[in-house]
Write a protein that binds this ligand. Structure first.
Ligand code: AKB
Length: 323
């Protein structure tokens, strides 16, 4: 199948490209930046694309004529608070441009990547734990605001224009590829820095608890949702969940494999406030029911798989030595 990815240079793109090429798809990866060295061997073709440029998006969609698009391009929560205008342009205008290009180019299906950042404390109190799909959405970040809007646009184009837009709300994602400007990044750096530096001072409190997921499960969720029959889907956007450990539980899990790793906690007020506004865990029963979603990795399963991968990538020089 002809598939196009936006924002392919990021953390999800790294693993999604490999999975799509391995499955034999005809893949066009796009990003504002050139293909990063960490993506060099992933396969498929690479095009520069600025999703804020409506004409460029439309022209490339006409040229490639994808049957399926994965829209990953986004500015994440922490970076988006430093530059809300950039987050608005990339996430809001970019999603509009991609949906319009799908409509005009008659792209059959679009997979939208939303986030737990759509949630925030509601006027009537804290979020229920676990948080279901349908609660009032009160995001606290520009990233979350634009993801709520993207979800609504997705449903609108589905009903009004027949673009089969569907998506998942991702937890914080953990993999051996570097993230870019997220508030959940502390969890990933607890792994990477335990291996490369012998420890990590987290920018979150020890009792911080948010939904997290290992990247192989996240990529499988995207593929399963992308190829699910439309008739099975009772909604456009789904919560998906794997595990929800406290930061100090992540530390204990890492220390099972790297016993000398030292962790300390020095909360950054801005990122801690974002983390505290998110759900502690998600209710993903609709995804489990409609398209048989099920995570394979729990916290310790991820730790056992990820740490040897990080060691290999450090040996190959595929992870930078500082951040
Ligand atoms: C972020 O931290 O902004 C992202 C997310 C949870 O969507 N990783």
């Amino acid at each position: 199948m002809k598939i196009l990815i936006t924002g392919a240079g990021g953390q999800i793109g790294h693993d999604l490209i490999g999975a799509l090429v391995a499955a034999g798809h005809d893949l066009t990866s796009t990003d504002l930046a050139p293909r990063p060295p960490s993506h060099a061997h992933a396969g498929g073709t690479w095009h520069r694309l600025d999703v804020t440029d409506a004409v460029a998006v439309r022209d490339l969609f006409y040229e490639v004529q994808p049957e399926l698009v994965f829209h990953l391009a986004a500015i994440l929560s922490a970076r988006g608070e430093q530059d809300p205008k950039l987050a608005y342009d990339v996430n809001q205008t970019g999603t509009w441009n991609v949906l319009e290009a799908c409509r005009k180019g008659k792209v059959a299906r679009l997979v939208f990547t939303s986030s737990i950042a759509v949630f925030g404390p509601t006027p009537s109190g804290p979020l229920p734990d676990p948080t279901p799909d349908d609660v009032p959405l009160h995001p606290t970040t520009m990233y979350g605001v634009t993801k709520v809007s993207g979800e609504l646009l997705c449903s609108y184009y589905r009903q009004r224009h027949g673009v089969d837009c569907r998506g998942v709300r991702f937890p914080g994602l953990i993999s051996a590829a570097m993230p870019g400007g997220g508030s959940s990044d502390y969890a990933l750096f607890m792994y990477v820095d335990a291996v490369r530096k012998g420890g990590y001072e987290a920018f979150a409190r020890a009792d911080t608890r948010i939904p997290l997921m290992y990247m192989p499960d996240a990529v499988r969720a995207l593929l399963e949702l992308a190829f699910a029959a439309r008739g099975r889907l009772s909604r456009a956007i789904y919560n998906i969940a794997a595990f929800s450990p406290r930061a100090d539980q992540i530390a204990s899990s890492v220390q099972r494999v790297v016993p000398d790793a030292k962790f300390s906690y020095s909360p950054d007020p801005a990122r801690q406030a974002i983390l505290d506004s998110w759900p502690k865990s998600l209710d993903d029963s609709a995804a489990r029911r409609d398209w048989a979603w099920q995570p394979k990795y729990d916290l310790d399963g991820m730790t056992d798989d990820l740490i040897p991968r990080i060691k290999r990538m450090l040996e190959l020089g595929a992870i930078l030595s500082s951040h």
